[in-house]
Design a protein around this ligand. Structure first.
Ligand code: ZN
Ligand code: ZN
Ligand code: ZN
Length: 358
């Protein structure tokens, strides 16, 4: 479906530009360049991509059956072989860029075996490629977002009261798969005062009448992630709930209006933050406005003060302002958007209002 040979050639152009002889890829760079997603294991999987000559994908022998052939040589290694020695023997050059998610035990082993090589991060090589999505990648993200919207719609018809957060998380995970995700990836269910913690881990708390419930979830479609947040109210909301929700929604709309090609990422954060500050809740918006999304749930570009990176057509990211009132409740609204030539297009289109459930 994706042209890995073309991506490898683009990576080589970047390597050449940046004076990198060798790219050692793990993490999400690996499926980006080869289509193969490795488990993060003590057994090494690594793509060795020299600036010239064939790339080689080293995989544990027991994983080799999962690899779809591509524009690389496959080198399965046996349990009794030394994979770092094999990688080191294939490594040619003086400068090696290595994936950020390489386990330190692997990097330390390579540093020892390749004393003449200068190591740097692979992100400067892969970031400009991965941040601007190909049309096929936007399609996969769109399919994932549409599946997430269907989950929101089904939740609206469901009962929250009397269920624990963990139970609701299980339901959300099941609905994600039923609605077209290949797998569920994460579910945050933060009810009542737990909503004030943006990354709350679902727990035993029973959801009760009058609670606001922040539901933030995502799953994979063809390796690409959805990430969607809606805030539900169990029964009618209070005036305070409505006021806070309205401020978050207005902040999200302002951020969407500010996001277009040529605009620095931090401007989008400023637009959302200005609305929330104006409403009097500035100190309670305790995270950046959004993050890039693709093969990873959080990737470049990050919409945060200090990031002057300019938005380009093809970039895809979340816009997810929130207000978190300690001991009381929280509200967040999150959509995935893609940058087009004239502005952004939201990949999510489910109802963003405070969603009333029983
Ligand atoms: Zn988050
Ligand atoms: Zn999220
Ligand atoms: Zn997110």
């Amino acid at each position: 479906m994706f042209d890995y040979g073309e991506r490898i050639e683009k990576a080589r152009v970047e390597m050449d530009r940046q004076g990198i002889d060798l790219l050692l890829s793990v993490g999400a760079d690996l499926p980006y360049l080869t289509g193969h997603e490795a488990m993060a294991l003590e057994r090494l999987t690594m793509l060795v991509l020299p600036i010239e000559g064939d790339p080689t994908l080293f995989v544990p022998e027991l994983e080799a059956a999962r690899v779809t052939p591509g524009p690389f040589q496959l080198r399965p290694w046996k349990e009794t072989e030394d994979p770092l020695g094999l990688v080191a023997a294939a490594a040619t050059g003086e400068t090696a860029a290595i994936g950020d998610q390489t386990w330190s035990v692997f990097l330390l082993g390579l540093v020892e075996r390749l004393p003449g090589v200068r190591f740097s991060s692979a992100t400067p090589v892969t970031r400009p490629l991965r941040a601007v999505k190909e049309p096929g990648e936007v399609e996969a993200l769109q399919a994932a977002a549409a599946a997430a919207d269907r989950v929101v719609n089904r939740l609206r018809g469901d009962r929250f009261e009397g269920r624990s957060e963990v139970e609701l998380a299980g339901l959300v995970a099941r609905l994600m798969v039923e609605e077209g995700h290949d797998q569920a990836w994460s579910e945050i269910i933060a009810s009542g005062p737990n909503g004030a913690s943006p990354h709350h881990e679902p727990g035993p708390r029973l959801i009760g009448p009058g609670d606001l419930v922040v539901v933030d979830f995502g799953g994979k479609v063809e390796g690409y992630l959805s990430d969607c947040t809606r805030t539900f109210t169990v029964g009618s909301p209070t005036d305070h709930h409505r006021e806070v929700h309205a401020a978050v929604l207005a902040a999200q709309e302002a951020a969407k209006a500010a996001a277009s090609p040529g605009v620095p990422a931090e401007e989008v954060d400023r637009a959302a933050r200005a609305v929330i500050t104006e409403a009097g809740y500035g100190p309670y918006f305790i995270h950046r406005t959004g993050h890039g999304i693709g093969l990873e749930g959080h990737e470049h570009p990050y919409l945060v003060e200090g990031n002057g990176e300019v938005l380009q057509p093809g970039m895809c990211f979340s816009i997810e302002p929130g207000i978190y009132l300690p001991g009381r409740f929280g509200v967040r609204i999150e959509d995935i958007v893609t940058v087009g030539s004239g502005g952004i297009r939201s990949l999510n289109d489910s109802d963003r209002s405070l969603l009333e459930v029983s």
